[in-house]
Design a protein around this ligand. Sequence first.
Ligand code: SAH
Length: 231
Amino acid sequence: MKRILIVAIVVCIGARCEQRQDRFQSPRERMVQTQIVDRGVRDTSTLRAMRTVPRHEFVPLEWRGNAYDDSPLPIGYDQTISQPYIVAFMTEVIKPRKGQRVLEIGTGSGYQAAVLAEIVDTVCTVELLPELAASSAERLKHLGYRNVVVRQGDGYLGWPEYAPYDAIIVTAAADVIPKPLIEQLKDGGIMVIPVGSLEIVQSLTLVKKLGKEVTTETVLPVRFVPLVHPR
Ligand code: SAH
């Protein structure tokens, strides 16, 4: 009798957990279909990652109900988590694969890092604000992302210790393409970075490195918070 009772309680708790997980599953599925697939993102690993990562865990409690909306959201400290479509677009465009190491500049909430971590082997991510670096590291750990390393520092300098990277993704707008990031890119590597000032529309720019040659190509007008030069 006692054993039956214990089993019943365990089953009950399990069901409640699942219910909690499922609460956001249909808005998440709808987000992927209407905001991402319908706008042309096709890479299967990107779509799988967008369907998997619980975006509501990366936004402040008061914004949880809007976590799957078609927009960026505030994450505190005047920073934002990017619009889901932009996250998916930037992920697809760097062609992430298993076995790769990717550098992200601008950890913010940790959402983009989690999306990448679903696909590649290691994500190294740099955040300037100590509070956000600490909270995103804690969140990623809590959610079980053991292949992400977070560092507080100036992203203009990259993260030389783990270089070279197969790909680099910058999620704040830089006034110039930082030289250290080009140096830390693998031969044959690719970087996606918004370039331009806050006042005008910025250009999402693809940077490819092949031997000594570096090519750039703009792919999308975007608006990001600035990549700040720390004093
Ligand atoms: N990728 C994030 C959103 C990034 S918002 C997410 O998925 O939630 C841009 C982030 O870049 C902010 O958190 C901001 O603090 C950070 N940032 C600004 N300047 C920086 C710099 N020089 N180095 C590293 N991070 C910087």
